[in-house]
Write a new protein. Sequence first.
Length: 141
Amino acid sequence: MLGLLPRLPPVSLPVADCSGLVLAERILCDVDLPPFPIATRDGYALSAADVAGACAKGPAILPVVAEIAAGSLPPDRFPTRAAARIMTGAPLPPYADSVVPSECCSAVLAAAVGDSDAVKSDAVKITTSVSPGQFVAPAGT
């Protein structure tokens, strides 16, 4: 059916008038947006090397040194052999090259907070390994 329709010549229009139209050619940006790699899953940002070989019978346990939400900046300094709790869309900290999804982790509970059921986590137990770049969107994507 689409082959029966005539192909129209490209036109230049203001962006506000382009809803529902198709680009005639690719548009390239000269800067990466976002300018940093971001998490594609909620979980823990870390170096894949720090959890190599991790499994249910031999988990990796790493200290949690930060929490990074989407729209916030990661810490400038990030120690090796550590993890940061990270949300989808948040920028990875400097040392991290991958994200372990939340469902493959469990908090190592340090202390109850007040009278509530909330807990403080000083560490995370990770029961799977990941590859560098796994669950990470590179800068500019």
